[in-house]
Structures are given as structure tokens and as C-alpha cells.
Design a protein. Structure first.
Ligand code: ZN
Length: 187
């Protein structure tokens, strides 16, 4: 089932999401539906608050880039993060161009650490504590921000945010066209 995605300006995107336990109702189906919703929207990550569920659940899926052949490999690398916690930031900060399914038509360079030490439960409730890098670490940091009520434009400079004000306002008012379904913000 495809969920509609909520946009910038919706109050759920500003809430601290709650941890869940193994008894969370319909969790397996919810995870499957989140992957479906993410891929349908051509996303590489989706956090539960983006479908208006304020819980600590994230799905990530991207095709790894192979430098030698300059191609994206199959199958996609997938990670389900339940109750994730960043334990440590590793390495230098780097810029990378980010977008967000909740903020259509805006792509900006965001400065984040190259690696993190991350603890999370996967969909089988196995606990992981790993140092992760590259695309996984980048997407994980973006999605974990969503669980804390943060979005990527919060990382931009005041000048950049001012320049984006009109575009952000269009998202708030639902004046955006997307190839996927969005749920309008309540007035
Ligand atoms: Zn996002």
C-alpha cells in the first residue's frame, strides 16, 4: 500500500518521534509499505514521520555506485532502522546535494559528517552497532533528523533559507506538483 507523504509545514515533521517495541501493530506490513512508498516516489530514504506516523522507523534503499564502471549496481542496498541512535560522528564534514520527498523541487548542498557510529534494530529485531560511511551514513543522518523533528533545510545558512522562502512557502501551501501522492497540510 502506498502512503501519502506529508510536506514541509506539517506539524508531524517537527515532532520528536517515539521509539517502538516488537509489539508495534502491523510492523512487518508497515515496513513493506514504507519501502513501496519510497521506491514509488524515487526516494532513497523514508522516515515514518513523513507518512504522518511519529515513530522511530526509517527505511533506506539505494543502488550502490561503482566508480570503476561508472554505473549504479543492482540490487539496491537496503536498511531498515528501528530506534536508531547516532553514537559518534566520524571523519570530516562534507557537502552533498540532498533533496527530500517532503520538500519537493528543492535540492541543496548540506554539510554532514562522512561517517557515523550507529546503533539500531533491523526488521528482525537484531541489534546492530556499526561504523557506517558513504551513502548509507549520509541518508541515515538525513532520515534520523526526521525522527528528531528536523529537516535538511534547517542545516542551510540564513541567506540560503531566505532565498528559498518562496519555494518553501509553496510547499507549505501545497502549490507543488509531485509524481507521488502528498497529503495536504491542515489549515
Ligand atoms: Zn527527508
Amino acid at each position: 500500500m502506498l502512503y501519502p507523504i506529508i510536506g514541509y509545514g506539517h506539524p508531524t515533521l517537527r515532532k520528536q518521534a517515539q521509539p517502538i517495541d516488537k509489539d508495534y501493530p502491523g510492523l512487518d506490513q508497515l515496513i513493506a509499505d514504507m519501502y513501496e512508498t519510497m521506491y514509488n516516489a524515487d526516494g532513497v530514504g523514508l522516515a515514518a514521520p513523513q507518512i504522518d506516523l511519529s515513530i522511530q522507523l526509517v527505511v533506506i534503499g539505494f543502488r550502490p555506485y561503482d566508480e570503476k564502471t561508472d554505473t549504479y549496481l543492482e540490487p539496491a542496498e537496503e536498511h531498515t532502522l528501528i530506534n536508531p541512535e547516532i553514537l559518534e560522528f566520524i571523519g570530516e564534514k562534507q557537502y552533498f546535494n540532498e533533496g527530500c520527498l517532503s520538500i519537493p523541487d528543492i535540492h541543496e548542498d548540506v554539510l554532514r559528517h562522512e561517517g557515523i557510529r550507529l546503533r539500531w534494530y533491523d526488521e528482525k529485531w537484531q541489534i546492530h552497532e556499526e561504523e557506517i560511511h558513504g551513502m548509507f551514513a549520509r541518508v541515515a543522518q538525513h532520515e534520523i533528523d526526521h525522527l528528531k523533528g528536523k529537516v535538511f533545510t534547517d542545516h542551510l545558512s540564513t541567506i540560503r533559507k531566505t532565498m528559498l522562502k518562496r519555494k518553501l512557502n509553496d510547499v507549505i501551501c501545497g502549490r507543488v506538483r509531485t509524481a507521488y501522492r502528498m497529503k495536504p497540510n491542515k489549515k
